[in-house]
Ligand binder design. Structure first.
Ligand code: HEC
Length: 205
C-alpha cells in the first residue's frame, strides 16, 4: 500500500514536471525597449502592405460611408458587430441605439451636449474654437443622409477632429443612428404618436 502511494506521488511529480517550455523566453513587454531592433523600440509598425486578420477595410460603403458612385450612404448597414456580437440593425435597433448612446456620451457629448444641441459641458465652459460645436437640430443636418455623420466621424469636419481612432466603423454607425434618434427626439411630428401619448401633450398640438 505504502509503496503504491509513493509510486503515485512519483508519477504525479513526473507528469507535472518542472518544465517551463516557452514560458520563459526573451520577449518585449508593452512599452519596453527592445535590444533586438536597431531603433531599440519595442513597439513596431505593422509591415507595409499587411492587414491584421479580420481588419480588412475594403471599399465597401460600410467603411467609406459612400456608395460606389460617391454618394453618401442613406441607410444604416444591415449588419453591425457591436460589443463583439453580430447585430441585425433591422430587427434589433434598440441594441444599436444603446451602443450608440454609450459611445456618443463618451466621445461626443462633452462638446455637442447630451441632446446634441451643441451645448456640451466644455462648450459652455470656455472651449474656444474657430467655430463652435454644431447643433444637430438644424434643417440641413436633419436632411443629411446618415452617411454624412459617419463621414464626419471618420474624416473629421472643419475644426472637429476625426473619431476614427476612438470608434471602430461599426461603432460609428451606431453613433450615427443615435444622432438620428436625437434629431427625432427634438423634431418628431406629434401626429406620429399613439393617441394616448398625444393626449399627454396637453393640447399643445
Ligand atoms: C472637441 C469637441 C468636439 C467633439 C468631442 C466632437 N465634436 Fe463634432 N463638432 C465639433 C465642432 C467644433 C464642430 C463644427 C466644426 C466646423 O463647423 O468647423 C462639430 C461638428 C459636428 C457635426 C456637424 C457637421 C456639419 O455638417 O455641419 C457633426 C455631425 C458632428 N460634429 C458629430 C460629432 C460626433 C458624432 C462626435 C463624437 C464621435 C463629435 N462630433 C465629437 C466639436 C466636437
Amino acid at each position: 500500500m505504502k509503496l503504491r502511494s509513493l509510486a503515485m506521488v512519483a508519477a504525479g511529480l513526473a507528469l507535472a514536471g518542472c518544465h517551463t517550455d516557452m514560458w520563459v523566453q526573451p520577449r518585449v513587454k508593452n512599452y519596453q525597449p527592445s535590444e533586438f531592433f536597431a531603433d531599440k523600440s519595442g513597439a513596431r509598425t505593422p509591415p507595409a502592405g499587411t492587414v491584421p486578420r479580420g481588419k480588412a477595410r475594403t471599399d465597401d460603403p460600410k467603411y467609406t460611408g459612400r456608395t460606389a458612385d460617391g454618394k453618401l450612404v442613406a441607410e444604416l448597414p444591415a449588419m453591425l458587430t457591436l460589443d463583439g456580437l453580430a447585430v441585425d440593425t433591422r430587427t434589433d435597433l434598440a441594441k444599436v441605439l444603446r451602443v450608440g448612446k454609450d459611445r456618443f456620451t463618451a466621445q461626443c457629448s462633452h462638446c455637442h451636449g447630451a441632446a446634441g444641441d451643441g451645448q456640451g459641458m466644455i462648450t459652455k465652459r470656455g472651449l474656444v474654437l474657430r467655430r463652435p460645436p454644431a447643433s444637430y437640430h438644424t434643417d440641413r443636418l436633419r436632411k443629411m443622409p446618415i452617411g454624412h455623420f459617419y463621414d464626419v466621424m471618420t474624416n473629421g469636419f472643419g475644426t472637429m477632429y476625426s473619431a476614427k481612432d476612438r470608434l471602430d466603423p461599426d461603432e460609428r454607425w451606431a453613433v450615427a443612428a443615435y444622432i438620428r434618434a436625437l434629431q427625432f427626439s427634438q423634431a418628431a411630428d406629434p401626429s406620429l404618436l399613439p393617441a394616448e401619448e398625444r393626449a399627454k401633450l396637453g393640447g399643445a398640438n
